[in-house]
Write a protein that binds this ligand. Structure first.
Ligand code: B12
Length: 362
């Protein structure tokens, strides 16, 4: 802006304030710039509301942003636009509109030739690194989160898993190809192995109770189950990790052989629900007193209502495992109910799924 360029900021109030303060600190006279319309600031939410009526209206998006850009400078060549619209829609859970707006921005950039600066929060940065297949870029983001003081479990649950969920949503909406998704997944697996496993497990000896981890038959999504295995190993448990796509009879055999103190089952595809039922029946038949922890995107919430213990994310796994093991050994200390607390914030965890201590196979 010091070279006479114009800027349009479309951001939330706190971010607008922070940006204006930062520009001022760098010697930009923001007041004059605003008076001269070289600097125009718009509220991201109000802007979104102008073009999100019964869903996204591309014409209105174009019109709203064009008017704001015209106000910020008729000669668009020196115009910089800082936008938080995509992140806001994403945070609203409106993934389809977020991705569509990304496309609309690109078209607007192509037509008007301005410079677009988007906010890339950590998750989006990680998605960008994974999509490039760059272990260096992915590691930089993960390391930044770790050095910000986030625990490795939190990094898995709040950064890595959401990044993979985002990749899945992009694939579903056709904005990344299957090859892109495969590359991102392979890069994520490498980051998990090379960076996160050492951070989670380190040199800690595995001496605690034995936990058997498995994904259900027909479901070939290993990352969630692997994260659970790593995190529990990091908490000192001896982990027997069967990987995914485990038939119920094979699970039963493994339970007989390893005699785990707890069984952790992962399911990603709701379509594999019957396989989960089969696994539960098999596990209860051979080890009726061994506690079972369930997790993954495909868990039917009805299982919690049937008394099974269900985790929302990998972050709560250690607390739930401890509580289930204490319950089993009859220690009248904390109940499983208390394990609902988020171990990081000590606040109740995502309450979408319930917890209880009793269970039944059907
Ligand atoms: C990578 C991927 C694949 C890869 C997996 C290979 C690999 N090496 O990982 C491949 C290409 C094989 C694949 C195939 C398919 N996939 Co796929 N896939 C994904 C993707 C993009 C990422 C999965 C992932 O790793 N997520 C990250 C993990 C860490 O997240 P998570 O599983 O939720 O785990 C977290 C928690 O749930 C929890 N957790 C998980 N398990 C457990 C267990 C316990 C005990 C605990 C405590 C916690 C816990 O911990 C984790 C961290 O908090 C997802 C998108 C998504 N939303 O996840 C789609 C997705 C799961 N796939 C999907 C589909 C449709 C398929 C296919 C049917 C596609 C097809 N037509 O062939 C096939 C099915 C294959 C099969 N039989 O399983 C859909 C499922 C939709 C649905 N609801 O049914 C998704 C959601 C994509 C989408 N948006 O449409 N997929």
């Amino acid at each position: 802006m010091s070279h006479g360029d114009a800027a349009l900021i479309v951001a939330t109030q706190p971010h607008r304030d922070a940006l204006l303060a930062a520009l001022q600190a760098r010697g930009c006279d923001t007041r004059s710039a605003i008076r001269e319309s070289r600097l125009v600031a718009r509220d991201a939410r109000e802007t979104v509301d102008t073009f999100m009526l019964d869903g996204l209206d591309p014409e209105l998006f174009h019109e709203t942003l064009s008017v704001a850009m015209d106000e910020a400078g008729a000669d668009a060549r020196g115009l910089r636009v800082y936008g938080e619209i995509v992140s806001l829609l994403w945070a609203d859970g409106d993934v389809g509109s977020a991705l569509a707006v990304e496309g609309l921005w690109s078209r607007l950039v192509a037509r008007r030739g301005f410079t677009l600066i988007s906010v890339y929060p950590l998750v989006e940065q990680l998605v960008a690194g994974l999509r490039k297949g760059s272990i260096v870029a992915a590691s930089a983001v993960i390391n930044a989160a770790l050095s910000d003081g986030l625990s490795a479990e939190a990094v898995l649950a709040r950064l890595v898993a959401p990044a993979m969920h985002m990749i899945g949503a992009m694939w579903e909406h056709g904005s990344v190809s299957v090859a892109d998704e495969h590359l991102a997944t392979a890069t994520c697996e490498r980051a998990l192995q090379q960076l996160l496993y050492p951070a989670i497990v380190g040199d800690r000896p595995a001496s605690g109770e034995c936990v058997l981890v498995a994904g259900v038959e027909g479901d070939r999504h290993p990352l969630g189950a692997r994260m659970v295995a790593h995190v529990l190993e990091g908490h000192g448990h001896r982990v027997v990790d069967l990987g995914v796509d485990t038939p119920a009879e094979a699970l039963a055999q493994a339970i007989r052989r390893h005699e785990p103190d707890l069984i952790a089952l992962s399911i990603t595809l709701p379509a594999a629900s019957q396989a989960l039922e089969d696994s539960l029946a098999a596990a209860l038949a051979v080890a009726p007193d061994t506690p079972i922890l369930l997790g993954g995107q495909g868990v039917d919430p009805g299982l919690a209502r049937r008394g099974f213990t269900v985790a929302g994310t990998v972050e709560s796994a250690p607390v739930l495992v401890e509580a289930l093991l204490r319950d089993r050994s009859g220690e009248a200390t904390d109940s499983v109910e208390q394990a609902r607390l988020d171990p990081l914030t000590n606040r109740p965890e995502t309450p979408s799924l319930g917890w209880a201590t009793t269970r039944s196979a059907s």
